[in-house]
Ligand binder design. Structure first.
Ligand SMILES: Cc1ncc(COP(=O)(O)O)c(C=O)c1O
Length: 445
């Protein structure tokens, strides 16, 4: 243990903090602290430079501590730290909304701000329910999610979500919810490059749910266009198109949860554009501010916004919002981040690097334990065979070895290693990242 590590860890009291989605007791025995960051790298508490293979957490798409964003936040903090969001507002939120409308899929031209992806999801579900009600179709209450879906941790999000571990301890979900089947099938789709060919028909399960519940009772379908947190599940060719068609046929709103897929991750600004399917509502968060200040939100089609703008002009149209909706610091960071993405052509850069990343990760085929490799844009998933009786343990060990021995940060979920490097990555960073995984795979139990 180096001197620096001893100093920092003896100064810190690790006890009071309850760390999210983490094995707290294990972590506190052998903490992993990140103390600073620049561009593609972190510095760790024990003085190591670590390559960030996951853009923070699918979020720092322009690399860490970028100067224009840092300066915008500093300036905003000095000028206007906070302004009440209700019945008052401030300029930066309008500027951020305008920039978002400019890059969003066609027609999604209104923005409701939140502070996180989970809040964005709950907001989207509430807009969907209230939209049907303002139009006189208040029987449309059922929300349809998908198995293995991740939509954050609010009660709405876990209800429509489909990751068992995130649901089972809480019992009391929203009642009017149903789920589509997920699209993962190793027998049919293992080692597909980009979108798998098999699986569009799985969207037809929505027709079954319509038959079961009747369309007049269904408000919305929510899916991640690419399911990220469950382990990088790429939508089969034609699948999202099919969902769109069925929703249109039955007057059901289609919500894309683009919290991970937004801002250049899959090759275009949003996955809706990559896959050529436009939802009615779309959530975002994470990279909207390059993760420098928490922010999320929902983009909606004009027709949805307009449906609310009908009663008396002095009446609040939508009884929903957060103290920090469109917070000045978040809005300033969003404006700076969105300008940076544009000025540096980062979405295009990510799109042009994607084939290189795809070649590298698919080159891992044949290494020990690898049972599938998946990719789209600047995302890759490498699925490992689980250790019998210990699901997730093998991939977690890969994460630890990559971090401790190879100075590369990856992310794991179940037995999938997920990669999502920043769009500023250079080929040498991708080589280092995938090379580290190759080395680690050869040493794993
Ligand atoms: C698709 C999706 N929705 C929602 C969320 C929740 O976002 P947050 O953690 O900001 O609440 C996430 C987080 O990873 C996500 O991937």
């Amino acid at each position: 243990m180096g001197g620096r590590e001893t100093d920092l860890l003896t100064q810190l009291n690790l006890g009071p903090l309850w760390i999210p989605f983490t094995a707290n007791r294990q972590f506190k025995q052998n903490p992993r602290l990140l103390v600073s960051a620049k561009d593609m790298h972190y510095m760790t508490h024990d003085g190591r430079q670590v390559l960030d293979g996951i853009s923070g957490m699918w979020a720092v798409n322009a690399g860490h501590c970028r100067q224009p964003i840092v300066e915008a936040i500093q300036k905003q903090a000095q000028t206007l730290d906070y302004a009440t969001a209700f019945q008052m507002h401030h300029p930066a939120a309008f500027q951020a909304a305008e920039r978002l409308a400019a890059i969003a899929p066609q027609g999604l031209d209104h923005v409701f701000f939140t502070s996180s992806g989970s809040e964005a999801v709950d907001t989207a579900l509430k807009i969907a329910l209230a939209y049907h009600r303002v139009r006189g179709e208040g029987t449309r209450r059922i929300l349809i999610g998908r198995e293995r879906g991740y939509h954050g941790v609010g009660f709405g999000g876990i209800s429509v979500g489909g990751m068992t571990g995130n649901r089972k301890a809480f019992g009391n979900m929203l009642g009017a919810v149903d789920h589509l089947p997920h699209t993962h099938d190793l027998d049919k789709n293992a080692f597909s490059r980009g979108q798998p060919q098999w699986g569009a028909h799985l969207a037809d399960a929505l027709e079954n749910l319509v038959t079961l519940h009747d369309a007049s009772n269904i408000a919305a379908v929510i899916v991640e266009p690419m399911a990220g947190s469950t382990g990088v599940l790429i939508p089969p060719q034609g699948y999202l198109q099919r969902l769109r068609e069925i929703c249109d046929k039955h007057g059901i709103l289609l919500i894309f949860d683009e919290v991970i897929t937004g801002f250049g991750r899959t090759g275009k600004a949003f996955a809706a554009q990559t896959f050529g399917v436009t939802p009615d509502l779309m959530t975002f968060a994470k990279a909207v501010t390059n993760a420098a200040v928490p922010m999320g939100g929902v983009m909606v089609k004009k027709g949805i916004y307009d449906a609310f703008m009908t009663g008396p002009e002095n009446a609040i149209e939508f009884f929903h919002g957060y103290t920090y909706s469109g917070h000045p610091l978040a809005s300033a960071a969003a404006v700076a981040a969105l300008d940076l993405f544009k000025n540096e052509g980062l979405f295009e850069r990510g799109e042009s690097l994607a084939p290189y990343l795809a070649d590298l990760v698919h080159g891992l085929k044949g290494l020990p334990h690898v049972i599938d490799i998946r990719n789209i844009g600047m995302v890759a998933g490498i699925e490992l065979a689980p250790i019998p009786g210990k699901p997730g343990a093998r991939a977690f060990e890969a994460f630890l070895r990559a971090y401790e021995k190879k100075n590369v940060l990856v992310r794991t979920t179940g037995d999938v290693i997920a990669l999502s490097p920043s769009l500023i990555a250079e080929k040498k960073h991708l080589d280092e990242m995938v090379g580290a995984i190759a080395d680690v795979l050869k040493t794993l139990p």
